[in-house]
Design a protein around this ligand. Structure first.
Ligand SMILES: [Cu+2]
Length: 135
């Protein structure tokens, strides 16, 4: 009896495994403002297990095809956060967000085209409207 249950479990898990070897395509929403962001986002997810990715700036949509047995969608979100980009599922930390280039600060809605401020590490973010990350 025990053996039958064991064989049953084996069968189920191998079926699940076979299924997860198939690439899936999902659409994620990722924060970004410019071509640099697009390049950063696409190169961030250019890892083993990801077959294809294309970021559309206008819609903030990242179309990504990945193999679930090699990488999880959660890992993809985590990688994007680590690169400083918010996704529809999780947000980058202040620290992670701070690392991206000053012209890539997609969280501020005002686009100050003229002024080019060099961001230093110890700069206090006075005008930033991003407070603690809300979930
Ligand atoms: Cu950018």
């Amino acid at each position: 009896m025990k053996q039958i249950i064991f064989l049953g479990l084996m069968l189920i898990s191998s079926l699940t495994y076979a299924q997860s070897n198939k690439p899936v395509t999902v659409d994620l929403t990722v924060g970004g403002t410019c071509k640099m962001c697009k390049e950063r986002i696409e190169s961030t997810v250019d890892v083993k297990g990801v077959k294809f990715s294309e970021y559309t700036l206008a819609t903030h949509n990242l179309e990504i095809t990945y193999v679930p047995s090699k990488i999880s969608e959660e890992q993809i979100h985590t990688m994007l956060n680590a690169a400083g980009h918010d996704t529809n599922k999780s947000k980058a930390s202040e620290e992670q967000y701070d690392k991206i280039h000053s012209c890539c600060k997609y969280r501020t809605h005002e686009h100050k085209e003229g002024e080019h401020e060099e961001e230093t590490e110890e700069h206090n973010h006075d005008e930033d409207d991003d407070h603690d990350h809300k979930h």
